[in-house]
Design a protein around this ligand. Structure first.
Ligand SMILES: [Zn+2]
Length: 226
């Protein structure tokens, strides 16, 4: 069987996380979210974990090469022999270049990059409408999943509030960062014919079906290339 080495891309609120969860179950491939990988490397005290911890302890950003190294430790293990799903990294072109170089050292390469896309208005509508229970973090949505009583959690009766992350100005800022840093990555992968665009504005089941079709095609292409 050929390996399926995937990167998930998409703006915040595109449903990328939801699709990633499904993929992890459907494909039975390890799912690497950058934050988790770093935390695990730190916990397991690998060489890179110790290095990453030095930066984290100082409150500094962990440099790209340390992150790529931590990802490589995982990719190069038996759990990822059939492939992996990477989410949250790369976010910039230099990171993508560092990742490609590292994978190539390991005799691997990406099979495809799935872009779960959504335009800014849709993102603002989705994230801006979220209401989170202040006590227990239950999440509602004014439009898609409204609570029975406005401003009150159905489950425990606690107050519902807009999380800082979901405030309009914060969403706009996250989108600005995405457009500035991550969008060039879309072209980067498109030029390498790795990019597959999926409309994240459709309902989750339709998006999942589209992802499935796209992956079937990718697998077919990978098998033919052997
Ligand atoms: Zn609650």
């Amino acid at each position: 069987m050929s390996e399926l080495n995937l990167v998930l891309l998409g703006p915040p609120g595109s449903g990328k996380g939801t699709q990633g969860e499904r993929l992890r179950e459907d494909l039975d491939l390890p799912y690497y979210a950058t934050g988790d990988i770093l935390r695990e490397a730190v916990r397991e005290q690998t060489d890179l974990g110790r290095k990453a911890k030095e930066y984290m302890d100082r409150g500094d950003l962990v440099p790209d090469e340390v992150i790529v190294g931590a990802i490589a430790e995982r990719v190069d293990s038996t759990e990822a022999a059939d492939g992996f799903i990477l989410d949250g990294f790369p976010r910039t072109v230099p990171q993508a270049e560092a990742l490609a170089a590292k994978l190539s050292e390991l005799g691997r390469a990406l099979s495809g990059v799935l872009l779960i896309d959504a335009d800014d208005d849709e993102v603002v509508r989705r994230l801006g409408g979220r209401r989170t229970c202040v006590e227990n973090g239950h999440v509602f949505h004014v439009e898609f999943n409204p609570p029975e009583r406005e401003g009150v959690c159905d489950i425990d009766g606690s107050e519902l509030a807009v999380r800082d992350d979901d405030k309009p100005e914060v969403i706009r800022h996250r989108l600005d960062t995405y457009h500035e840093k991550t969008e060039p990555l879309i072209d980067f992968y498109d030029h390498q014919s790795l990019l597959r665009r999926i409309d994240g504005a459709a309902p989750p089941d339709r998006v999942a079906a589209e992802v499935e079709r796209t992956l079937a095609t990718l697998k077919l292409e990978a098998d033919e290339a052997i």
